[in-house]
Every structure is written in C-alpha cells, then in structure tokens.
Design a protein around this ligand. Structure first.
Ligand SMILES: NC(=O)c1ccc[n+]([C@@H]2O[C@H](COP(=O)([O-])OP(=O)(O)OC[C@H]3O[C@@H](n4cnc5c(N)ncnc54)[C@H](O)[C@@H]3O)[C@@H](O)[C@H]2O)c1
Length: 264
C-alpha cells in the first residue's frame, strides 16, 4: 500500500501497458483516472480498478489536444479531489519505414503529436498544480526505440528519443519545486501495438515471409533481448509504482529501461 490515498492519472490506460500500470498503481492503494481515446476501454479498466476497492473514472480524451487534456484534469479534480501522479503512457507506433523514405510527412506529424507533443501538453497543464503543492510525480513512457535507432519506425524512434530529453528538461525545471519527472523505457511487449506492427512486418518484410505475427514477435524477442523474455504490462507497472513511491523521492530526470537488457 505504498500509494494509499494518492490519485494517479494514466493516459492511454484503456489497454496494454497503460492498463497494466493502472492496475499495479491501484494494487498499491492509488485511485485512478484513465483518459483514453477509446472511452469504452477506459471505462472497462476503471471498472477493474473499482473491483480492487479503489475509486476510478474513465474519460474520453485525445492527448494531442490541449483543450481535452485541461478538461480531463478539471474533471478528475472534481471527481477524485486531487492529482498526485501523472503517467504519460498514450502512444502509437508509426507506419513502418525501411527504408525511411517510405514514411510520409503525415507519419512524422502523427508520431510526434501522439508520442511527444502530448507529453509536453500534459506536463504544461499539470505543472502549476504540482509547483503550488510542492509535490507530484510525472512518469513518461518512452521506449528502447528512443536510444536505439529503429529502422522499422523512424518517426516513432525520434519521437521517443524526444520524450527522454523532454523528461530531463521538465525534471530540471521542476526539481527545485519537489516534483520528480522520470521516464520508463519498455522493451518489447505483446500488446495491440506490437500485434499490428508484427502483422505488417510478416506481410511486407521478405525476411519474415510465411511467419505469423506472433512468430515475428518471438523472433524479434530472441534477436534483441539478452534475457530472452518478452516483458509484460505488469513489469512496466511495478517500475511505475516504484517511481511514484516515497522510496524514489530523490530520483529525477532518469530513464529506467525495463527491457530484459535489450539496450545494454
Ligand atoms: N508494446 C511495446 O512493445 C512497447 C514498447 C515500448 C514502448 N511502448 C509504449 O508504451 C505505451 C503504451 O503502448 P501499448 O503497447 O500499451 O499500446 P496499445 O496500443 O495497446 O495502447 C495504447 C493506448 O493509448 C491510447 N491512445 C492512442 N492514441 C491516443 C490519443 N491520441 N489520446 C488518448 N489515448 C490514446 C489507445 O486508445 C490505447 O488504449 C506507448 O507510449 C508505446 O509507445 C510500447
């Protein structure tokens, strides 16, 4: 119960990694708000959180729109009373490159809007509240694609590299105010994100022809993860619990890789 009584916001918490983070935070005592583009998914995870005995709301929110973010934060404060922890998790893969000239201007704009502009907008919206209370935790979900140059998804890779630098910028500015800001870099997880990506690779990359999406994914895990294991949403969730807890009070500006050693 390291987070008893805290209120956490997990963007994109309606599925995959965000759902795992929301449930881990709830198991440690936090109440949850889940802003997601998919309102029904957000509502369903909120229901799972309530079944654990916590308060929870799901909201429809497009994190690329400042007005949506501000309206969501207002409603969360009204319904749950306060905000202590923000997890910027919502993100999308970009259409495959290889070569990068396959990507369009729209691919780059969308990858930046959803994966990195959204983090800026949320940090901007929550900062005055956290500064005033001299407390607060921000956790940004980046990716191993940030430090690794991902040929499969160039715009995504650059956007996630941006999330890592943005994390340090906001961490530096908020450090004197008692607010910590960190990133978690997940490795490779079998969520909707990778299912779609693996399907595309199976259909379009000659090196993987004839394989199922799951076989493509498993081959990728074997190729890049020294520990040989795929990660789970709970692996990311427990890292978020740690960064949100009192035990992590002096950790800020860091990127924690939960990747079975992939980047190492
Ligand atoms: N799956 C992986 O292997 C992996 C690896 C590294 C990093 N990540 C990152 O983890 C995060 C979660 O990914 P996931 O694997 O759970 O993917 P997912 O597709 O399962 O879930 C993403 C969630 O974000 C929501 N979302 C998308 N666009 C949104 C928007 N504009 N506004 C609000 N919500 C929006 C979706 O509705 C969905 O619920 C992303 O930031 C992703 O880049 C994933």
């Amino acid at each position: 119960m390291r987070l008893a009584g805290k209120v956490a916001v997990v963007t994109g918490g309606g599925s995959g990694i965000g759902r795992g983070i929301a449930l881990c935070l709830a198991r440690e005592g936090a109440n949850l708000a889940i802003p997601d583009l998919q309102e029904a998914s957000a509502a369903s995870v909120a229901q799972e959180v309530r079944a654990l005995g916590r308060a929870a709301i799901g909201l429809r929110c497009d994190v690329t729109r400042e007005a949506d973010i501000r309206a969501s934060l207002d409603r969360i404060r009204t319904d749950l009373g306060r905000i202590d922890i923000v997890v910027n998790n919502a993100g999308i893969a970009s259409p495959p490159g290889m070569p990068f000239t396959r990507n369009t201007e729209e691919d780059w704009d969308q990858a930046f809007d959803v994966n990195v502009k959204s983090v800026f907008l949320m940090c901007k919206a929550i900062a005055p509240d956290f500064i005033e209370r001299r407390a607060g935790r921000i956790i940004n979900i980046a990716s191993i694609a940030g430090p690794l140059a991902s040929l499969t998804m160039p715009p995504y890779s650059v956007a996630k590299g941006g999330v890592i630098i943005l994390t340090r910028i906001v961490a530096k500015e908020l450090a004197p105010h008692g607010v910590t800001v960190n990133a978690i870099c997940p490795g490779i997880l079998w969520t909707g994100f990778w299912r779609d990506l693996a399907q595309d690779i199976a259909e379009n990359n000659p090196a993987f022809r004839g394989m199922t999406a799951r076989q493509v994914f498993e081959k990728r895990v074997a190729q890049i993860v020294p520990m040989g294991c795929e990660q789970t949403p709970e692996d990311i969730g427990w890292a978020a619990v740690f960064l949100a807890s009192d035990e992590a009070r002096c950790i800020t500006g860091q990127s924690l890789f939960v990747d079975g050693g992939a980047v190492m």
